[in-house]
Design a protein around this ligand. Structure first.
Ligand code: PEP
Ligand code: MG
Length: 756
């Protein structure tokens, strides 16, 4: 019998049982028999949530006397783990799993293999369905799918028979009434205040088993057509994008929407007897499962895009149309979602949406890039948020501190409102500094530039009055793209950026991909085996070997800057020859363009990032080669301290205001004296007040920082006297015992310089 036919047989039998007038317990008893027989498993059991515990409700194969006796807490034993993580387990040897717990009353000691799936109701696990087998073997995919289908049927039964406490199913425990604080991960900094709105009004699947398979198939076909039409429309709307990156996002959507494999799997699920909705949901469950197994954050992001589309399809097919975006947002909303697709976020009314909280989400995901462009604070990895928040609850979102306070007390609300008002006042005050040039008290002009990576970021140049873009991270375009960005696309982006910047300079850094910023289309044997990706085959190392990549980028930049001044900077230069080789690629392209009478840039200035400490030791060799140097303190610090910048355990361990870093940087700045080479800092360090003071005090005159820091740093510059600051830093660095941070803070307080 084919897999679909056997799956259909189980469904038909389950359907018959569900249609009888038997009481719920009787139905559960029948279900364990049907599943056990069909999967050829000695044991099949159903656990359901009762009073917060998973209770054995029905079993075939285990001791009947254990029914309604054996109980496990959520998170306890294999069943508890399945319910807790809402995930499927498939184990050839159950006892080998670290969470295995033996319950003598069940008599399960002779069984080796174990597979279990969660029974999900309203996105919460309300039970577990599992099978056990004497022979140690992993269950086949089709068998796991049969279990998942059965679990769906069971959740329908459970809801109708009120087998579980409704309040409990919705999690309306104490957790859902009092004030709660949820912590997560800062994805986009900022404060927001508003009422909770769920992105997706919950879609309920009313019927799991199909009455007419052909009719279900037609429903899915129609839904696919409609979804593809929607995606094509998005792609065609010229005004859709707020930047070129979204074209890439839509390209990814399109790729999935037309993916034959996906529609085929849904079709197969329909063949097994499911309704269209249940089939889509089942395939989606499988996608989620795969997603959990994938460790690569970029691939996982792609899977999120996929899930975004599956949700769209489900809404179309069920007629339960409309996300909160389509239904219209109330004023001041905080959007809550498990995850969100970038296109979905773009559908929201920007005036009403104030912030976003995601249960998942990662820094490199498309949606975060879009949110930043929309100016929305985003809190990610807010685990359990959906179990705590109800529609309409008041939320104070502090994405900067990575927390959200749900149903705050009056006192907390008042304090937050104060902070919020102050931060807005400050923003307004900084905006007034926009046209003020950052001269120090002693009359030194400091260059305050900003970092960017998207076309839209350039609008911040005018808003902040920054002196230019000191670091344009060109790899952003590569990271959000499903395929290698072609030359035309790169040229278009660079040209737009140069034009939007007007007469302000933009320093384009050539791609810094590879290592942990891996892109799937550039996989290589070497990269896959990188054990220390930050020190691995990345940035210029990769670009010089994939010469085509750098060539295309060089050509795009040269073409885009025709008639303008071009600034090019190479990342991770570790030895002078690497700089020479990279420059050579540009010069070759330039010669070719000249020969072919193409328009070329008016001037080209080449620079290197100083982020590998070795380069500082050969500064004398570098200086005659470059027009400018920019210190990347993010990487430099991780290499100086041998401390992975992405490791949260080390995040607070070493201080930028340490003697070692500051001595190092001072040596670099002193080494520049007498050379006609510009020196700047473009790492995060320069955007923090005390750190900026230290940098000014040891000779740095150019800082490129995040746009939000431009106002605060300009304000600071106007309050300092370089002579005083240099003396302070000289004294502090001469005294190895000095606590530079606290001394600088005291100095700043004395000079009424804000430090936060
Ligand atoms: C740095 O390393 O400091 C830097 C500015 O580059 P990135 O953060 O992109 O590595
Ligand atoms: Mg770097």
């Amino acid at each position: 019998m084919s897999a679909a036919a056997s799956a259909r047989l189980i469904l038909t039998r389950l359907h018959e049982v569900m249609a009888t007038r038997m009481h719920a317990q009787g139905k559960l008893d029948r279900v364990v028999d049907i599943v056990g027989e069909s999967l050829d498993s000695e044991v099949c059991s159903i656990y359901l949530l009762r009073e917060g515990m998973l209770e054995l409700f029905a079993t075939r194969g285990l001791n009947k006397s254990a029914v309604h006796v054996t109980r496990m807490a959520i998170g306890e034993g294999l069943t508890g783990v399945i319910a807790d993580n809402i995930e499927t387990l498939n184990l050839a040897e159950a006892k080998a799993h670290p969470d295995f717990q033996y319950r003598p009353e069940t008599g399960e000691d002779k069984y080796h293999s174990f597979a279990g799936v969660p029974i999900v109701y309203r996105e919460r696990a309300v039970g577990v369905l599992c099978v056990q087998h004497v022979e140690p073997r992993r269950y086949e995919d089709v068998e796991i799918e049969a279990l998942q289908t059965t679990a769906m049927v069971l959740s329908e039964l459970i809801a109708n028979a009120e087998l579980i406490d409704e309040e409990q199913a919705r999690g309306l425990s104490a957790e859902q009434t009092g004030t709660q604080t949820v912590t997560g991960l800062t994805l986009v900094k900022g404060l927001a205040l508003g009422q909770a709105v769920y992105h997706q009004p919950r879609i309920t699947i009313d019927q799991v088993v199909a009455d007419d398979i052909e009719a279900e198939r037609q429903r899915v076909y129609r839904a696919f057509d409609k979804m593809r039409e929607q995606i094509d429309n998005m792609a065609n709307q010229a005004e859709f994008g707020i930047g070129g990156e979204h074209e890439e996002v839509i390209a990814t959507y399109k790729m999935f929407a037309y993916d034959e494999g996906w529609s085929r799997r849904i079709n197969e699920a329909i063949d097994s007897g499911l309704t269209a909705e249940a089939a889509i949901e089942r395939v989606q469950q499988r996608t989620r499962m795969r997603m959990r197994e994938i460790d690569d954050p970029l691939l996982a992001d792609r899977m999120h895009d996929m899930e975004d589309l599956a949700n769209r399809l489900l809404r179309i097919v069920s007629g339960q149309l409309g996300t909160a975006a389509q239904q219209g947002l109330p004023r001041d909303s905080i959007l809550i979602a498990r995850n969100l697709g970038p296109a979905e976020l773009l559908e929201y009314d920007r005036r009403r949406l104030k912030g976003v909280i995601l249960e998942e989400g990662s820094l490199t995901s498309h949606v975060v890039i879009v949110a930043r462009a929309m100016g929305l604070p985003v809190l990610g990895r807010a685990r359990g948020i959906r179990g705590i928040v109800r529609d309409g609850d008041e939320i104070l979102l502090d994405a900067t501190q990575a927390t959200a306070t749900v149903r705050p007390s009056q006192q907390v609300s008042d304090a937050f409102a104060d902070r919020f008002a102050k931060s807005r006042e400050k923003q307004a005050a900084y905006a007034q500094l926009r046209d003020v040039e950052p001269f120090t008290r002693c009359g030194t002009r400091i260059q305050v530039m900003m970092n960017a990576g998207l076309r839209d970021d350039i609008s911040a140049l005018a808003m902040t009055g920054a002196d230019g873009v000191g670091l344009f991270r060109t790899e952003f375009q590569f990271l959000v793209s499903a395929t290698l960005p072609q030359r035309e696309r790169q040229t278009r982006l660079y040209r737009d950026v140069i034009e939007a910047a007007g007469d302000k300079p933009v320093i384009f850094r050539t791609v810094d991909i590879g290592g942990d910023k891996a892109v799937p289309y550039l996989q290589s044997e070497e990269a896959e085996h990188d054990e220390n990706p930050a020190m691995g085959w990345r940035a210029l190392r990769l670009a010089l070997e994939r010469e085509g990549l750098l060539k295309v980028q060089a050509r795009s930049l040269l073409e885009a800057a025709a008639g303008h001044d071009l600034y090019v900077m190479f990342p991770m230069v570790s030895e002078p020859w690497e700089f020479d080789a990279a420059k050579h690629v540009f010069e070759d392209q330039l010669a070719y363009m000249r020969k072919n009478k193409k328009l070329v840039p008016d001037s080209i200035r080449y620079g290197a990032m100083l982020e590998v400490p070795a380069l500082a030791e050969v500064l004398d060799l570098m200086l005659p080669r470059v027009n400018f140097l920019s210190v990347g303190t993010n990487d430099l610090t991780q290499f100086l301290f041998a401390a992975d910048r992405a490791n949260p355990k080390l995040a607070e361990r070493y201080d930028w205001l340490s003697h070692s870093i500051l001595r190092f940087l001072r040596r670099v700045s002193q080494g520049m004296v007498g050379h006609d080479v510009d020196l700047g800092v473009c790492g995060e360090m320069g955007g923090r007040r005390l750190e900026a003071l230290a940098l000014l005090g040891i000779g740095f005159r150019r800082l490129s920082i995040t746009p939000a820091a431009v106002g605060p740093i300009k304000e600071l510059v106007r309050k300092v006297d370089i002579g005083e600051l240099s003396k302070l830093m000289t004294d502090l660095l001469a005294n190895p015992e000095a606590d530079i941070r606290s001394e600088l803070k005291a100095w700043a307080d004395e000079h009424e310089i804000e430090t936060d």
